[in-house]
Ligand binder design. Structure first.
Ligand code: ADP
Ligand code: MG
Length: 323
């Protein structure tokens, strides 16, 4: 049996004394799409940031093609052919598409001077190869969120020769753009790369995933072939209980009024709004876009002071002049 492409073994990590990862193993084989799933806060992004040299592990080993490697910075990861599309945007918005794709690895002339025309040509090539409808010279500040995501993807593809981590890459993308991304992922797999794919859109996974690792509360609770477990099983492992308890029964709200909003208004987006919120109660605030939900919430919270009505906390008038 050949060596795995990459092996993370016994990885643990705490932030300020709070354990976030405990003894986690992850094995990636060449030419596989590895789905990494788990509830919010399970530790997926942290594990992948350790693999990309953004965070340092407290203990454990990382081996690339059988050899122990140290990943003390994103630069080390890049040199090892490992890249990541981050969940949060990391682009430099004042730079162009091409400059962002090659940030930190710009092509230079022999004298060490930036070779701008080469950079633009290379960027055009990457964008064309992946059918991304973007101009290499466009300023990133003028792009939509989906277009920015394509720049992040183009950058990761430029770096990756062995492993690409995609942390919620489709959150911003339309259905058509997702399909295009899946084609890119299949192409990367054909070229022998391992792709770690994180998504909360469970319905996407059967289309691309070969293997699966499930994290729960910072621990690995399952690893195996993707089709060795059905969706029901995956979700049970993620939440740690039988699925019919996915929404555990709620307690009855108490009778004590915690917050009262009386005839609140700001003269424009919302007017004459009144409601009571009781202890242990979850109150839904619904309305169409532009109906004033956000402005009302900001008014209650003190981000923007209302001009009419009042807010009472446990029966006492509350005036929040700031958040
Ligand atoms: P996931 O990606 O699975 O949603 P994360 O890896 O982002 O989970 O987070 C796991 C836990 O680690 C969460 O409780 C989160 O609050 C915590 N955490 C993540 N990054 C940091 C950080 N830089 N400092 C402190 N706590 C963090
Ligand atoms: Mg995350």
């Amino acid at each position: 049996m050949p060596d795995p492409l990459l092996e993370m073994k016994g990885i643990s990590k705490s932030f300020a004394g709070n354990p976030v990862l405990s003894d986690v193993d992850l094995v990636l084989w060449p030419a596989e799409v590895h789905a990494l799933v788990g509830e919010n806060g399970a530790g997926k992004s942290t594990l992948m940031k350790i693999l990309n040299g953004v965070y340092q592990r407290d203990s454990g080993h990382i081996r690339l093609e059988g050899k122990e490697i140290s990943l003390s910075s994103p630069h080390d990861a890049r040199r090892a052919g490992i890249s990541m599309i981050f969940q949060e945007h990391t682009l430099a918005t004042h730079l162009t598409v091409a400059e962002n794709i090659f940030l930190g690895m710009e092509p230079v002339r022999s004298a060490g001077i930036l070779n701008n025309s080469k950079m633009v040509d290379l960027a055009k090539e990457v964008l064309e190869r992946n059918s991304f409808p973007l101009k290499a010279s466009a300023s990133v500040s003028r792009l939509t969120r989906a277009e920015k995501q394509l720049v992040e993807i183009a950058r990761a593809l430029t770096i990756a020769t062995r492993v690409v981590v995609m942390d919620e890459p489709t959150a911003m993308l339309s259905h058509k753009e997702c399909e295009a991304l899946f084609d890119i992922i299949r192409d990367l797999r054909e070229r022998g790369l391992a792709i770690v794919y994180i998504s909360h859109r469970m319905e996407e996974l059967p289309q691309i995933a070969d293997r699966l690792t499930i994290l729960r509360d910072g621990r690995r609770v399952y690893s195996g072939a993707f089709n060795s477990m059905d969706m029901h099983g995956i979700i049970c492992h993620m939440v740690g209980r039988e699925i019919h308890e996915l929404y555990p029964s709620r307690g009855e709200p108490g009778s004590e009024t915690m917050l009262e909003v009386r005839n609140l208004g700001n003269g424009r987006q919302y007017r004459n709004v009144s409601f009571e919120l009781h202890k242990g109660e979850i109150l839904g605030l619904a309305g169409l876009v532009g109906a004033g939900r956000t402005a009302l919430a900001q008014g209650i919270f003190g981000l923007r002071t209302p001009t009419e009505g009042c807010v009472l906390m446990r029966g006492k008038p509350a005036r929040f002049a700031s958040s």
